[in-house]
Write a protein that binds this ligand. Structure first.
Ligand SMILES: NC(=O)c1ccc[n+]([C@@H]2O[C@H](COP(=O)([O-])OP(=O)(O)OC[C@H]3O[C@@H](n4cnc5c(N)ncnc54)[C@H](O)[C@@H]3O)[C@@H](O)[C@H]2O)c1
Ligand SMILES: O=C(O)C(=O)C[C@@H](O)[C@H](O)[C@H](O)COP(=O)(O)O
Ligand SMILES: [Zn+2]
Length: 368
């Protein structure tokens, strides 16, 4: 097996992220973070036929006394709902899960967020182990402990901060990931360069073809570096009271698009999360320029990189700027004083900015 890359997330609830091909077959690695006798594997209908049996077999071979059940949802953002969350809790009840039980999230960010939220709430909080199978989940959603479900009114409106006990990313799972989902994950990878490190954007420009061709080494490096950036900010600000909010670059616009489209991303007639974030990052960069904070050259360059990675960079036709602005008012960064945006002074230098005039936001939306 290739060497395992490890990233540690420090803090009161420290945990490690392990990254390597083949980890889903490594029973010892999967069983190590499990404490009790019960485990519920949460997955979706695309991922379960590919990987669930293997995870089940690896776990029970390593820990025969374990009682393992599974809960499988249909795939897609529109399934990240309170109703599925409730069903997941019922599955835990049926399993007889005690407080030392573990919820195992096997899938992309939808499964990870839903399963993590169920773990946060069952008996006021049990362990969750994240086994991310999309690039987006490996670089972002499995790390940091944000768990949630969506409401028709807005993305991730109901949730909790509940850090995972471990993150185990089997990069071999990326071989079955649809092309569109690989590109969506690359959007969140680009985000780290955009907010924290312009030199990472240069690396991404150099590695774009290798990443799209799923070169193992390039992907493993992108995942480990992304987790490193996220681990650092999450360790110092686990509850998003300060600069963790920078991870929301592109999300004020992106979440508004996803909500306005009714979470239709995975069915093909809307943008998925990564795609919406790609558009949102370009709009945030353009807004920074419109407000005189940054020049336009970096925004142009960001847009070119995202386009090269096959991502959308403009608002989909038919979305009304006023409706999008109205959606943004339920963004979790907003407060009594109004909207707050993550903008940048330049590539790699993001800032949290309050008091942005509606007219400026509408102006950028109108030009997209
Ligand atoms: N908690 C966080 O910090 C955080 C961070 C970023 C995104 N998110 C959330 O993550 C979600 C998006 O996650 P996503 O992009 O992984 O989407 P997703 O979970 O919908 O997965 C995308 C698609 O890929 C399929 N799939 C997953 N792994 C596969 C594999 N290995 N082979 C074949 N098919 C596979 C899924 O069934 C689905 O159809 C959004 O809900 C977003 O809000 C959360
Ligand atoms: O971990 C974070 O913090 C993030 O903001 C990561 C984002 O990529 C992710 O989409 C997150 O779920 C958005 O959080 P929200 O608080 O805006 O719902
Ligand atoms: Zn995101």
């Amino acid at each position: 097996m290739s060497a395992v890359r490890k990233v540690e997330v420090a803090g009161d609830n420290s945990y490690s992220i392990e990254i390597a091909p083949g980890l889903l077959d490594d029973g010892a690695c999967l069983a190590k973070p499990l404490r009790g006798r019960h485990a519920l594997i949460v997955s979706d209908r695309n991922v379960a036929p590919l990987y669930l049996e293997r995870v089940h077999a690896s776990l029970t071979a390593a820990k025969p006394q374990l009682s393992v059940a599974s809960f499988v949802i249909p795939s897609g953002e529109h399934e990240k709902t309170l109703a599925r969350f409730g069903e997941c809790l019922h599955a835990l009840a049926e399993l007889g899960a005690t407080r030392d039980a573990t919820v195992i999230a096997l899938g992309g960010g939808v499964v990870g967020d839903l399963a993590g939220f169920a773990a946060a709430c069952w008996m006021r909080g049990i362990d969750c182990v994240q086994l991310p199978t999309t690039l987006l989940a490996m670089v972002d959603s499995s790390v940091g402990g944000k768990t949630a479900v969506d409401l028709p009114a807005g993305k991730n409106l109901v949730g909790a901060f509940h850090p995972p006990r471990a993150v185990i990313a089997d990069t071999a799972a990326l071989r079955t990931l649809p092309e569109r989902e690989l590109r969506a994950g690359l959007a969140e990878v680009v985000k780290y360069g955009a907010i924290f490190d312009a030199s990472f954007l240069v690396w991404l420009e150099q590695q774009a073809d290798a990443l799209l061709a799923r070169d193992d080494e390039a992907l493993a490096e992108a995942i480990a570096r992304s987790c490193g950036y996220k681990a650092e900010v999450v360790a110092r600000d686990p509850f998003e009271r300060g600069d963790r909010a920078m991870l929301n670059f592109g999300h004020t616009f992106g979440h508004a698009i996803e909500t306005e489209q009714g979470y239709a991303g995975t069915t093909g007639d809307g943008l998925n999360h990564g795609e919406a974030v790609a558009v949102g990052m370009v709009l945030a960069a353009r807004l920074s320029t419109a407000l005189g904070r940054a020049g336009s050259a970096d925004a142009d360059r960001l847009q070119r990189l995202l386009e090269r990675l096959g991502l959308p960079t403009a608002i989909p036709a038919g979305l009304d700027p006023q409706a999008l602005l109205a959606r943004m008012r339920l963004d979790k960064k907003a407060d009594a004083d109004g909207l707050r945006f993550i903008l940048w002074d330049a590539a790699g230098a993001a800032r949290i900015v309050s008091g942005v005039a509606d007219e400026a936001v509408l102006g950028v939306l109108a030009q997209s």
